[in-house]
Design a protein around this ligand. Structure first.
Ligand code: ZN
Ligand code: ZN
Ligand code: ZN
Length: 379
């Protein structure tokens, strides 16, 4: 069924629904809505928000503009910021999982924080990180966890797990074949037929395994295999197991530079909000021919202050200055500031002066935020 929802852009839809929800909460707080009605409506709205959000994440794989808008929203999320900081620190190097005692993969960022794969998968859906298959883990189909799953090797006749698995060795010199345990004498391997001690690994070879069942005494080459979850006390085969792919993740150069622009925005948002500005991150101004996106737009008394944040490992170059120039021409905000961390190249400074772009430089996001506020107040 084609609903109007699928026609509307899911992110705009999500914003509208969130506003509706906030409005409902306000009405309930003012006792204009009954408890029962409030609960029902807020549940419905929350479900619709979740639905359009997952719709947006699905579309992101095919539609780069939705992916980018989702990324910009995500740079405001504390967990995403921590993960992004980790990649900025390592230049996007692969982040590999740690498997705890519960065998659930987690990713260590900034030395102490453990992140679940789910968060990184959502970042992958919107093109923030790329994943490379690292490991596959078998999870129980009942409880969904890998923590208590054991692999069982069983007798194909009676299903007992009480089987002996013997490697078969061939002594190459005399050609006889025996189970490994008949060769073992303490630390040594001695051929049971010719009584020669085997000293080098090229004197014998492993030719396969032979199993015997202690329960029914049958012998067989390949044991039957299954999985068993001790928590659920249920046995399952590969066909019904949940096989979960575990990835290592990296961040591309393009995303690293996109992220640099938006990190540090939070410090600015906090400070400007404290000073009575209404801040939108990212902020959009609709110009005569298109929408222009800045790191943030702060508004107060009908003035619009557009700020772009540019970060670099060393110094910010010319490119963000030129970007800012083009955007200001289109959007014409009251004040436009290019905020840079940790420094600005000499050439970039010259280009900024030439194009009359206001530039602010801070060694840290907090220092930068204070400097931007000074400019905003005096402009
Ligand atoms: Zn289970
Ligand atoms: Zn021998
Ligand atoms: Zn058996």
């Amino acid at each position: 069924m084609a609903s109007p929802e699928s026609v509307t852009d899911p992110l705009t839809e999500e914003d509208n629904l969130s506003k509706e929800l906030a409005n409902l909460e306000k009405q309930f707080a003012e006792k204009k809505v009954q408890q029962k009605e409030y609960e029902l409506l807020s549940k419905q709205l929350t479900e619709r928000i979740q639905r359009v959000e997952s719709q947006a994440y699905l579309l992101a794989g095919k539609d780069e503009s939705i992916a980018r808008r989702l990324r910009l929203r995500n740079y405001n999320d504390p967990a995403v910021q921590q993960i992004t900081s980790q990649f900025l620190k390592t230049g996007g190097q692969p982040l590999q999982p740690d498997f705890g005692a519960d065998r659930i993969p987690r990713y260590r960022v900034l030395d102490t924080i453990l992140v679940e794969q789910e968060t990184l998968q959502k970042m992958r859906d919107i093109g923030m990180v790329t994943g490379t298959l690292y490991e596959r883990i078998v999870s129980c189909p009942t409880c969904g966890a890998p923590s208590n799953v054991y692999q069982h090797f069983k007798c194909p006749q009676c299903n007992s797990i009480d089987i002996t698995i013997n490697r078969m060795f061939e002594h190459l010199q005399c050609g006889t074949i025996h189970p490994e345990n008949l060769f073992r004498v303490g630390q040594n391997l001695i051929c049971p037929t010719c009584k020669k001690m085997l000293q080098k690994t090229d004197e014998y070879r492993m030719i396969g395994i032979v199993c015997s069942c202690k329960n029914c005494n049958s012998h067989f080459g390949d044991p039957a295999q299954s999985y068993y979850c001790r928590r659920c006390k249920s046995e399952f085969g590969l066909a019904s197991a949940q096989v979960v792919d575990v990835f290592s993740y990296s961040m591309s150069k393009a995303i690293l530079s996109e992220a640099r622009q938006f990190i540090g925005v939070n410090a600015l948002t906090t400070l400007l909000t404290e000073n009575g500005y209404v801040v939108k991150t990212p902020g959009t101004i609709t110009g005569p021919s298109k929408e222009v996106v800045f790191s943030l737009i702060a508004q107060k008394d009908a003035r619009s202050i557009a700020v772009d944040v540019a970060q670099s490992d060393t110094e910010v170059g010319v490119e963000p200055v030129l970007d800012m120039f083009v955007k200001v021409l289109e959007a014409s905000p009251t004040v436009a500031i290019l905020a840079t961390i940790p420094s600005l190249s000499k050439q970039a400074r010259e280009v900024a002066d030439m194009h009359k772009i206001v530039v602010s430089v801070g060694a840290t996001p907090i220092e930068l935020a204070a400097k931007v506020l000074e400019i905003v107040k005096s402009a």
